[in-house]
Design a protein around this ligand. Sequence first.
Ligand code: K7E
Ligand code: CUA
Ligand code: CA
Length: 649
Amino acid sequence: MNDESSKIQEKAVDANMPAADNETAYPQEFPGNPARRNFMKASAMAGLAGAGGALMGGLALPHKALAAEAGAIPEDYVAPGKLDEYYSFSSGGQSGEIRIIGVPSMRELIRVPVFNPDFTIGWGITNESKRVLGKDFPPGGDCHHPHMSQTHGHYDGRYIFINDKANPRLARIRCDVMRTDKIIEIPNVQAFHGLRVQREPHTGYVFANGEFIIPSPNDGRDLDDPKKYWTLHTAVNGETMEVAWQVLVDGNLDNTDCDYAGKYSAATCYNSEKAVDLAGMMQSERDWVVVFNIARIEEAVRQGKFKTIGKSKVPVVDGRHGSPLTLYIPVPKNPHGINASPDGKYVTANGKLSPTVTVMSWSKIDDYFAGKLKNPRDVVVAEPQLGLGPLHTAYDNRGNAYTTLFIDSQIAKWNIQDAIDAYAGKKVNYLRQKLDVAYQPGHCHSSMGETRDADGRWLISLNKFSKDRFLPVGPLHPDNDQLIDISGDQMKLVADGPVYSEPHDTILVHRRVLMNKIKRIWDRKDPFFAETVALAKRHGITLEKDSKVIRQGRKVFVYMTSSAPKYGLESFKVKKGDEVTVTVTNIDQVEDLSHGFCMSSYGINMEISPQETSSVTFVANKPGVYWYYCTFFCHALHLEMRGRMLVEA
Ligand code: K7E
Ligand code: CUA
Ligand code: CA
């Protein structure tokens, strides 16, 4: 940096930056001085205030809230060897995976393959993963909404659930080993989009919205008769992963959330018109939020007041207009996100095409179902006007809400009680601040913000566009996850985090929820590979000790241990055309000591963590010598950790 430019940058910093909370000095001359990044960031932001603002459709406010003061340690700085305070579980979007990111450092810790094949751990290759994925699994997924199981409105650290919109599937990830352990298909729907978990008494139900309307059943009938297209709201039992019931609705379903009392789930609908074209879906001035009365639905199912669709045996109850099971609340056109406040009192629907957010009261919803209110709009207690393109809302623990404004590229911070008072006619300003983000945010999520433990510490804004924020890396740019400090009166932008497309949503979980629950090595009795262990037992094999080959006709079972830097078998012989199952057990007990098993030229690789058993089945269709080798650098003699498969012609 030459003198001239550093002067300009310093000026930009002075003009735009508030005093930092953290005054701790950090030596300027230190080569890794993290504050240097903030000089860069400040200058980039200063330039954007004009040109960028005009480009993105009018940014009225100056860029006040930026990063830490020059010389201070930035808030996202987590020193080498120190741990982040939060885990962010971020959906991988089109990649079909979940990513775990440390917050505030925004360092990616690991990826958990869910709907996607993954060559690192052999997801989609090993027999254990194929048992989860099912036969003929589609090659990927479109993940949007990761949510952790809860008990009495607190994260319980057991499972993460996530949707696949591309193929209507629900996946469950076990948090103790961060492994997907169950995937099911949601019947009778297309595009499973909104997902939330029951909070009270526990999860309980996982709620799933079918977004697209289709003929019912979708077997070739009513092909071009959209009036006969339908969709359903589904409840899955999160323990058994069985579909409990479905509710037929009018219109379509977008996002979903539920209350803190275990009484209701609710969903936004943007296509009340049941149109099949864009103009049609925007025709009505109002669409709606539909609320599902769980007790009444369960009772209807108990009384047999349901039908089934096609081959599915799932009970489907009728929740269309006029049904006592549902409540349709008109809201401004084409709403999107729906978010329950952590005080358990309210739920907001985000306007998208309307600059407003509609705040509804759960207790007024009680009153409606009890017959005390006649007009569905009577459950609305506020409708604050926030800006252009409200998509999703997050909450702190001080009565404030944070709404992403997609078109304005801003986060609007507003106070719920003030918005309620303003709706009642009082002269109060509910808007607290608007913060520019870069650019076009979809979801935002606050730390612990979807639980009773909302702590108002951090907010992550998941921005769809990064444009000029990073080095260009080709026409496809990364998304930009921005970290925002919401602990004070004013939101402060702390860091940019580039991410691979497209993490719609994330949750921010304090490490205390998980730190003592996560296993460092596998338990030999783990159900994830229990079936493989049972098969070995039938073959008379003790996996921890035995390395041998068992032939049953054209099926060959190859068992071997792995212990750095050796496999239990240095070679095995098969005949061309044999179906070979290789089962490897990592008998090392050392934390972090994974082995791999890659069969050269056979497209096979899998990872075996300490005390894990992994297996793979393939046809030895090429004669010759094929080396198998370890793919995880496990030992000084890791390169020597290999053996030969001899395939007789
Ligand atoms: Cu807004 Cu799928 Cu939650 Cu994308 S959804 S942003
Ligand atoms: Cu085992 Cu490398
Ligand atoms: Ca509409």
